[in-house]
Design a binder for this molecule. Structure first.
Ligand SMILES: [Zn+2]
Length: 463
């Protein structure tokens, strides 16, 4: 049985779904005003591993991810998400595009990386701007129940009216107002905007009519409105980055439960931060790497995925290029091993159980990887190892059987005897001694490498 750490109770708990074999799960997705960096993708990979583990356990997962394309203000960096500029509109100004173009561009970029990292596609990616009506309806419900008040800049949720407010967060660690000047019109420091009015002196690109005035939704309301629309008022799992545990998620709980008067979510799962070479990721340090930064350096998405799997999702991960190199070798070696194995027959129950036990232990992916290497070292027949590895890969998602993607090798990557044979063969070809060149090619083949001549020179691959 799956056991998972629930941020709400701060304990590892056995997982009991609301419905027998169907699990409802929601993950907070990106704000599409910039490229998502490798720290963001760690969170989506954690959610992906959870979905795949649930599936491995036999559950069907109804999975929803949102795309925030309006209402996320820059003030959240300073501790108040209701202040500052709209991130989309700010990017639009900077890039000389419309906010809609910015959203479309970064959504497409996100989805491409999402696919490259083999992240499980949700049933739906839901956009905030496609669900304005649902958000307004939810604010209306909260207003009718007396949870809201209006200030000069918007409609706010009164957290003092919701008794359980902040259960999820470590409230003591966060003193609202400690880092940012509190909006004087707020009744309580932690009250938050449900609807913001458009500024009077400026025409916003994204704005809608509402019963309270023209404006746009607050950042938190979209997740409550969309999660409940697709998964119902009470569902199993809500995932996201640890940074959302203190404000965004408590606000989601408050809005949803105040409106429906029932429990919103049973299990809250949060993925820890990523450091880069021991430092916090930030634009100013230039270390908030994107997948394309790694691709430019010759790494692929599966290497990054392997790096994610090596650290437990609740531990801070320290990303380094040395670690990435080691992961690249590990993935390459795994793929080579899989290729050398005989046709798959049946899965080893012993190793499959060990693998599942690791994952069911609060998603212990590093232990699951250890089981993979133990399996390879075991005395089991190659055909069984092959079948078992392919089954493991339904969770690991490392595309272990993708031999057609095998890279072409450079001379430096070859064992010395193979390298010298290939150099001799080149000499023969230059002298137009093709029969000898062919003979050498056969010798190279016997050592496990294939040489092909093309217009741009030779390509060498391991057979
Ligand atoms: Zn959210």
């Amino acid at each position: 049985m799956l056991h998972i750490f629930n941020s709400l109770t701060r304990k590892i708990e056995p997982f009991h779904p609301i419905h027998d074999l169907q699990v409802g799960m929601y993950t907070c997705g990106p704000t599409v005003y910039d490229f998502a960096h490798i720290g963001n993708f760690r969170t989506y990979t954690t959610a992906d591993i959870l979905v795949r583990t649930l599936q491995y356990n036999g559950y069907e997962v109804k999975y929803i991810i949102n795309l925030t394309d309006v209402g996320h203000l820059t003030g959240d960096n300073l501790g108040d998400a209701d202040l500052g500029e709209d991130r989309l509109e700010k990017s639009a100004k900077k890039e000389g595009k419309t906010a809609w173009e910015v959203a479309a561009f970064y959504t497409e970029a996100f989805l491409k990386d999402f696919e490259k990292l083999q992240l499980t596609k949700p049933q739906r990616f839901v956009k905030a701007t496609d669900h304005i009506k649902e958000q307004i309806d939810l604010v209306k419900q909260l207003e009718e129940k007396g949870f809201t008040y209006t200030t000069t800049d918007g409609v706010y949720f009164d957290t003092s009216k919701f008794e359980k407010y902040g259960e999820l967060s470590n409230l003591d660690e966060i003193k609202a107002g400690a880092r940012v000047e509190i909006n004087p019109e707020k009744k309580n420091a932690r009250d938050f905007a449900l609807w913001k009015f458009s500024p009077q002196d400026e025409q916003r690109q994204m704005e809608w009519k509402s019963p309270w005035g023209v404006g746009f939704p607050g950042w938190h309301i979209e997740c409550s409105a969309m999660a409940m629309k697709y998964l119902g008022p009470h569902f199993d799992i809500h995932a996201g980055g640890i940074d959302l545990r203190e404000t965004h998620h408590p606000n989601e709980i408050a809005q949803s439960e105040a409106a429906t008067e029932q429990t919103f979510v049973n299990y809250w799962v949060h993925s820890a931060f990523m450091l880069v070479s021991g430092q916090r990721m930030s634009k100013s340090l230039g270390n908030n790497y994107k997948l394309y930064d790694l691709e430019k350096e010759g790494y692929d998405a599966m290497t990054l995925r392997y790096v994610y799997l090596q650290t437990h999702y609740r531990q801070e991960m320290n990303f380094t290029f040395a670690g990435l190199d080691a992961a690249a070798n590990a993935v390459k070696k795994l793929r080579e091993e899989v290729r050398l194995l005989e046709e798959p027959t049946h899965v080893s129950k012993e190793y499959s159980d060990l693998f599942l036990a690791a994952l069911n232990d609060d998603l212990n992916t590093s232990k699951a990887l250890a089981v993979v290497w133990e399996l390879l070292k075991s005395d089991l027949p190659d055909s069984v190892k092959h079948a078992t590895l392919l089954k493991f890969d339904t969770v690991l998602g490392l595309q272990l059987d993708q031999i057609e993607k095998e890279e072409t090798l450079s001379l430096e990557q070859l064992p010395r005897p193979v390298r010298s044979l290939i150099m001799q063969r080149e000499e023969m070809r230059k002298m137009r001694k093709f029969a000898q060149a062919d003979q050498i090619r056969n010798q190279v083949k016997k050592l496990g490498y294939d040489v092909q001549d093309g217009q741009d020179g030779i390509t060498i691959k391991k057979i």
